[in-house]
Design a protein around this ligand. Structure first.
Ligand SMILES: [Zn+2]
Length: 328
């Protein structure tokens, strides 16, 4: 039999297969989200996210240290405040929960990358990402200065990158302007440029206590039928001064990751969200798939689609898979 093409030739041994891999994954491209809550000496299970924890600021260094052992050097911080109000004022308090964690981590680990989520939903009593009008809708323009104040206080507390996740129009420009005015020109913006109104956020909302009391987020987060709109959102954030563009979620949006990577002129991050984490954990717990293999395969898919950076609750496991040679 004379075949002109034999693709199987390159699949014969593990070393050959590694030689011809088209997607290379590095631990340097991974970001681990962390949850910080008020209190002292606390490390508690994250509700809805088996295997993850919420830490008080004094114990958050443990989480960073453990992840660093696995090779993770970038962290995305989410705050869970003790008090909420209609405006979410704990978000920009000088000694707010994220600001406390930043100061502790900055002094203990000067070399790690600290990224902060900028949003109000964890801090507002109503659970929406901005201030509400009397009709109960999120007021875009009234929310912008509050987001900018939040970003500024996080930057002053030691953040390398601030990451607005609220999906208000114009927030990247508002944040950039305030940071520059305060001399924080070296603090970058990793914008959640393309964030869909996804059902995959639910475990996070239980952990962060940010479920909206009423209504949903569909009038500010994107409709998941749309791809062209992703290019528009990415282009707007880029023009407003975003340094890194993020797509969220990852798994059901790999075409969008590919689209943004192809059209944007900035590094592209993808956020593998809590529902993606929970889905793999649950399937593995039910004996339906091998967790380690599924984590590696899913991570490879995100990078193959074109992401430069992956934000994942499985970041340490992905780093371990790279070390094993299953990935990268
Ligand atoms: Zn939010």
């Amino acid at each position: 039999m004379t075949l002109s093409e034999r693709p199987r030739r390159l699949r014969q041994t593990p070393a050959l297969r590694r030689l011809v891999r088209e997607t290379r994954v590095s631990r340097d491209a991974l970001v681990l989200p962390l949850f910080v809550r008020e209190g002292v000496s606390i490390r508690e299970n994250a509700p809805g996210l088996a295997g993850l924890y919420r830490y008080s600021p004094d114990r958050i260094p443990e989480a960073v240290e453990t992840a660093m052992t696995a090779g993770i050097n970038a962290f995305l911080l989410f705050g869970i405040p003790a008090h909420k109000d209609r405006e979410g004022s704990e978000a920009w308090r000088e000694d707010g929960i994220v600001q406390q964690a930043l100061k502790t981590l900055r002094s203990r680990f000067p070399e790690v990358i600290l990224i902060t989520d900028v949003c109000l939903c964890e801090y507002t009593s109503h659970g929406h990402c901005g201030v509400l009008t009397e009709a109960g809708l999120v007021d875009n323009d009234q929310t912008l200065p509050l987001l900018a104040m939040t970003a500024r206080s996080q930057a002053e507390a030691g953040a390398d990158l601030v990451a607005p996740s609220d999906m208000m129009d114009g927030r990247v420009a508002a944040i950039r302007q305030v940071l520059d005015q305060k001399g924080l020109t070296q603090v970058g913006i990793m914008s959640y440029a393309v964030k869909y109104a996804s059902s995959f956020y639910r475990p996070f909302r239980d952990t962060a206590g940010s479920r909206p009391a009423q209504g949903d987020r569909r009038n500010y987060q994107m409709d998941w039928h749309n791809r062209r709109e992703a290019s528009r959102e990415a282009a707007l954030d880029q023009a407003e001064g975003a340094d890194i563009l993020m797509v969220k979620p990852a798994l059901a949006y790999l075409d969008v990751v590919a689209e943004v990577a192809a059209t944007a002129n900035r590094p592209v991050a993808a956020y593998s969200v809590s529902g993606e984490y929970a889905m793999l954990q649950a399937a593995a717990a039910a004996g339906l798939l091998d967790l380690e293999e599924a984590i590696a395969e899913t991570a490879a898919g995100v990078f193959r689609a074109g992401a430069d950076i992956l934000v994942s609750y499985f970041a340490p496991e992905i780093a371990t898979a790279i070390k094993r040679g299953d990935l990268g």
